[in-house]
Design a protein around this ligand. Structure first.
Ligand code: PLP
Length: 285
């Protein structure tokens, strides 16, 4: 696989980052994951906009212009022959040469920019989307700026492991009695025809897929309610699903062992998945 590191296209075994890189020592970095369908980048503009926002919130330097980042994405897709898959992009505050809590002077320390591809044939035509997945609920004990897409992913990783141990596929996190989001996705329920998902705030990541799916839902005259919901509401819902750049719209058919909507995939989730795939592939760059 060919990867990108600070201006160079290298083989993955050649690409090396300093042990003083602040992402390695302090999780001082942000990232984006963009999906590739039919060789095209999906929702690229949204991902780049959120990257800029994450960088701004953390006083981090932008590593390259929008057009250059688009070019790097496209070149990696081409070099690695990706038809369906993902592109991971990470920007860190760089490697100042020693460990220090204070941020290094941005004049002297350049950001580290890394991109790599993941080949995932069958990403769009995923059989799991026809079956749905099971989630468990866990406490949300993450930090308070979940709107910034940082590489601090230890608790979400632990959440996935807790889910696996419980025989489920993922975990939905709960704070003050309300679901915040999934370990790597935004959470939704459907009740009496209404799509309910937590409103945007610093409590959750502002999903790029979420924004697109809610826009398509409203355009299709579906009713959307942006507000927190409880696990009990999810158990009592007609449907549940999650969204993310790598899974698109994924039905959820069980929470904490209770079947949702009779345990089978719902119509709203199925329709939204179809609309999302169709429209976002059309708009792919
Ligand atoms: N919430 C969290 C915590 C995530 O990690 C992600 C994606 O990685 C999402 C939501 C979904 O965001 P997006 O649709 O931009 O992939």
């Amino acid at each position: 696989r060919t990867v990108y590191l600070n201006g160079e296209y290298l083989s993955e075994t050649e690409a090396k980052v300093s042990i003083f890189d602040r992402a390695f020592l302090m999780a001082d970095g942000v990232y984006e994951v963009t999906s590739v369908l039919g060789g095209k980048l999906i929702d690229f503009g949204g991902h780049l906009k959120r990257l800029e926002r994450s960088l701004n919130e953390l006083d981090m330097k932008k590593p390259a212009a929008f057009d250059d980042l688009l070019e790097i994405h496209r070149k990696l897709v081409e070099l690695n022959g990706i038809d369906e898959g993902l592109i991971y992009l990470q920007v860190t505050r760089g490697a100042p040469g020693d460990r220090d809590f204070a941020f290094p002077d941005p004049e002297t320390t350049e950001p580290t920019l890394v991109l790599f591809t993941q080949n995932k044939p069958g990403l769009a035509d995923n059989p799991t989307a026809k079956k749905g997945i099971k989630v468990i609920s866990i406490d949300d004990i993450r930090w308070g700026r979940r709107d910034i897409k940082t590489v601090q992913l230890l608790y979400p990783s632990m959440g996935k492991m807790m889910a696996k141990k419980a025989g489920a596929d993922d975990a939905w996190m709960v704070e003050d009695g309300f679901v915040t989001e999934g370990t790597s996705n935004n959470a939704y329920i459907v009740k009496d025809g209404k799509i309910i998902t937590r409103n945007l705030s610093t409590d959750i990541l502002h999903g790029i897929t979420r924004a697109a799916v809610l826009k398509f839902a409203r355009e299709a005259q579906m009713i959307v309610e942006e507000r927190p919901f409880t696990v009990d509401e999810a158990k009592d819902a007609d449907e549940a699903f999650f969204t993310s750049a790598s899974a698109f719209v994924m039905p959820v058919v069980e929470i904490d062992g209770t079947a949702i909507g009779g345990g089978s995939v719902g119509q709203v989730a199925t329709r939204l998945r179809e609309i999302y795939l169709e429209e976002s592939i059309k708009a792919g760059v």
